[in-house]
Design a protein. Structure first.
Length: 368
């Protein structure tokens, strides 16, 4: 049975007061002695109050959100108090609080209605995140399932039951016919009703990385892309105007083959059909980034939507340009060369107490 709750008026007031205080105190231009730089969306982020016609969705790769207990079924040895990372209860709680503050800040005046997450060890870390941090006033419900991933990290979602009525969810396992020994993260498919009674299909992804070589690992991302595209086409064959959002860490950029050929989204609004996909990150791929590797930013965390959602005449739609990278100064730091990068938990083996090696992304739906 799905528990449907509401956020009390008192809880929202307290949430907004806490958010205002925290944003005032926590957006310094110095991070551990290093000057932080705004990157792009911090100049245009709309933190104003959203009325009932707006529905905010966010995605965040939270980078190794492990608890500090040993699980013999997972490769979590690094993230133990006596492990290589010296992952203690204190460090775990610090990361939990930091992630909660980031999710709060992404909401502006109220918490995001739907949150996609990846690099989650288990349900325990999500229950802790929603029950023992600043998120405890939001009423978030958790969607999670342990995946067969070799590292033991999963995709998950949080949702506000006062904004999103969960109908069902399903996890799809990716089994590579050309590498049967390899296990990776599943794809999460969430189905629910929006406040305007439209049905939303929300897919959360974390595709195989390029570790081991870009060329060598590309077939796995292409397989994931074609698998996901088949799921989308199946939905569109039943309802050509279905509201579908694909998000996640795709480990490829908007102009790389798994996206352009595997998912095959249209890149031009002028000839967009309802049964097409449209990549909201494609137009901004040269101007922003969600991840930095060797001082080069890339957009590997993305929002890709069904073509009908770009039509302002439909009940639930999206304005082009409203998908943003949430790159507030507190999430970014500078390296020794002066290049900016996400302020992560570890820099190499050194604990620096940051947030993640990815920047989160956000999107607003407009409802009639």
């Amino acid at each position: 049975m799905i528990k449907i709750g509401t956020i009390s008026r008192y809880g929202l007031i307290l949430f907004r007061l806490n958010l205002m205080v925290w944003l005032t105190l926590s957006l310094p231009q110095q991070v551990h002695g290093q000057k932080a730089k705004p990157y792009l969306a911090s100049q245009s982020f709309d933190e104003s109050f959203r009325d009932d016609n707006r529905f905010r969705i966010v995605f965040y790769n939270v980078e190794n959100l492990f608890d500090y207990f040993d699980d013999s079924t997972k490769m979590d040895e690094e993230f133990l108090p006596r492990g290589a990372r010296y992952w203690t209860k204190s460090r775990y709680q610090t990361k939990q609080k930091s992630l909660a503050k980031t999710i709060m800040a992404m909401g502006g005046w109220e918490p995001p209605a739907l949150v996609g997450l990846c690099e989650i060890e288990n349900r325990y870390v999500l229950n802790s995140l929603t029950s023992f941090t600043a998120l405890k006033t939001t009423g978030y419900e958790v969607i999670h399932q342990d995946s067969p991933d070799n590292r033991g990290i999963d995709v998950a979602a949080l949702y506000r039951p006062d904004k999103f009525e969960l109908i069902n969810y399903e996890y799809y396992q990716l089994k590579f016919p050309f590498d049967t020994a390899s296990n990776t993260r599943e794809i999460l498919h969430v189905i629910g009703k929006l406040p305007n009674q439209d049905t939303l299909h929300f897919f959360v992804n974390h595709w195989p990385s390029k570790y081991g070589g870009e060329f060598e690992t590309e077939p796995k991302r292409m397989y994931a892309a074609k698998f996901l595209r088949a799921k989308v086409d199946s939905l569109l064959s039943i309802n050509s105007t279905a509201s579908i959002i694909l998000t996640g860490d795709f480990n490829d950029e908007p102009d790389e083959p798994s996206i352009t050929e595997g998912l095959a989204p249209n890149t031009e609004l002028s000839n967009l059909q309802s049964t097409d996909l449209f990549n909201l990150m494609y137009p901004i791929r040269f101007n922003t980034g969600t991840h930095s590797f060797q001082n080069t930013w890339s957009v590997i965390d993305q929002f890709i939507v069904s073509g009908s959602m770009m039509d302002p005449q439909v009940k639930t739609h999206i304005y082009q340009g409203t998908a943003q990278v949430f790159d507030m100064p507190f999430l970014i730091t500078e390296g020794a060369t002066g290049a900016t990068r996400p302020f992560r938990t570890y820099q190499g083996p050194k604990y620096i107490g940051g947030y993640s090696d990815h920047l989160p992304i956000l999107l607003d739906l407009v409802m009639k």
